[in-house]
Design a protein around this ligand. Structure first.
Ligand code: 13P
Length: 254
């Protein structure tokens, strides 16, 4: 994991009411409030953001949204802008999650615009990428991930990179219980770091890369011990306090 600070983030997807969200983060704060060697984040649904940011004020746990839009205002029914997320107290946002790409039509170009708008609004961003099962089976993992990373790199500058994390989430491993092996994940992470290094030099190689896809307490440590895996983006297991706490602890250096 080199000397990059590990980062573990819970993506709650479409789960938890406002009161359930507040309850979950209160417990996380109780159990993780003193952790300083891992950066921790949670991504509740939009309606819970204000309550959660209030509950986590002055804590070591960051709050992010699961998506944002690339325009700041206007006739865009149903969208939420990055500036509005800042207003709600968010620290960061996920862009390009595979569920957004597959189910809501987010293209590589949309994801890039969203990343740019989020950075311009002052948010940190986690840019998600990953291949589908058929792309992996066809030997096209690097091609697909390469396209996603290239599109993102086109809107980034070296100066942005300390506020950017890339999450590699193979679609076939999300919510399926089928985790990529540490070696499979490491191979793609090394590829991504290479692309960023080629484009941005040291700022690119220094970026933090998370793995996501069926991360659980039982596999977290093996994944995060790989040299290019700097943390985890956790779906299902982030809804359970004990599991999420165990994954954060598995990310602690040394
Ligand atoms: P699971 O951990 O439920 O597989 O979800 C991963 C994910 O999509 C996180 O963004």
């Amino acid at each position: 994991m080199a000397n990059r600070i590990p980062i573990v983030v819970g993506n709650w997807k479409l789960h938890k009411t406002i009161s359930e969200s507040s309850e979950l983060v209160t417990e996380l704060k109780n159990q993780l409030g003193t952790v300083r060697d891992v950066q921790i984040g949670v991504c509740p649904v939009f309606t819970s953001l204000a309550a959660v940011t209030k509950r986590l004020e002055d804590s070591n746990i960051m709050v992010g949204a699961q998506n944002s839009f690339y325009e700041n205002s206007g006739a865009w029914t149903g969208e939420v802008s990055a500036e509005m997320l800042v207003d709600a107290g968010c620290d960061f946002v996920l862009v390009g999650h595979s569920e957004r790409r597959a189910k809501f039509g987010d293209t590589d170009a949309d994801v890039s615009r969203k990343a740019r708008a989020a950075l311009d609004a002052g948010l940190r961003v986690i840019i998600c990428c990953g291949e589908s099962e058929s792309e992996r089976d066809a030997g096209k993992t690097n091609e697909r991930v390469g396209q996603q990373i290239s599109a993102a790199m086109d809107v980034l500058k070296a100066d942005d990179l300390e506020k950017v994390v890339v999450a590699y989430e193979p679609v076939w491993a999300i919510g399926t219980g089928r985790t990529a092996t540490p070696a499979q994940a490491q191979e793609v992470h090394a590829f991504i770091r290479g692309l960023l290094g080629d484009r941005f030099g040291a700022a690119g190689t220094g970026i933090r890369l998370q793995y996501g896809g069926s991360v659980k307490p039982a596999n977290a440590q093996a994944l995060m011990s790989e040299p290019d895996i700097d943390g985890a983006l956790v779906g299902g297991a982030s809804l359970k306090v004990a599991d999420f706490v165990a994954i954060v602890k598995a990310a602690r250096p040394g």
